[in-house]
Write a protein that binds this ligand. Structure first.
Ligand SMILES: [Ca+2]
Ligand SMILES: [Ca+2]
Length: 141
């Protein structure tokens, strides 16, 4: 019995040690998209409705109701996202234009920043709103 407990303790320590080597925290959302955050400077807080992710690169707000899974991984893999699906609901619509404009106005920080960079210049700006509207009208990027 004592041996079993010691073995379990060693296994536990090994798990903790290996957890420290993971480079990314990932979230799977109910919409099916995966969000990936580097653990560099990672700080996680939450309240009754949201989880707040802060690391050296970004800050993000994720609604708890939309979180299906949360896990650590060494796979960068980038974020799975649909370009233009700013509000991360699984499709690109006029609601994404609204979400993007709200973000630019500073009234909505809960958007998918990868999906919001519609013209893929690594910067979220009014040009992305234009690109998104063009996409909605033409259905091609
Ligand atoms: Ca959307
Ligand atoms: Ca952009």
């Amino acid at each position: 019995m004592k041996k079993t407990i010691i073995t379990m303790l060693i296994a536990l320590v090994a798990m903790v040690a290996s957890a420290e080597t993971y480079n990314y925290l990932k979230f799977t959302k109910t919409s099916g998209t995966t969000l990936t955050y580097s653990v560099e400077g990672l700080k996680l807080t939450y309240d009754a409705s949201n989880v707040y992710v802060v690391n050296n690169e970004t800050t993000a707000t994720i609604a708890l109701a939309e979180v299906q899974d949360m896990y650590f991984s060494n796979e960068a893999g980038g974020n799975d996202f649909i370009l233009g699906d700013v509000n991360d609901d699984g499709n690109v619509s006029i609601a994404d234009v609204t979400a993007l404009i709200d973000y630019l106005l500073g009234t909505n920080d809960g958007i998918n920043l990868d999906a919001a960079d519609c013209n893929t210049d690594n910067n979220i700006s009014i040009a992305d709103v234009t690109a998104l509207i063009d996409y909605l009208l033409s259905k091609s990027w």
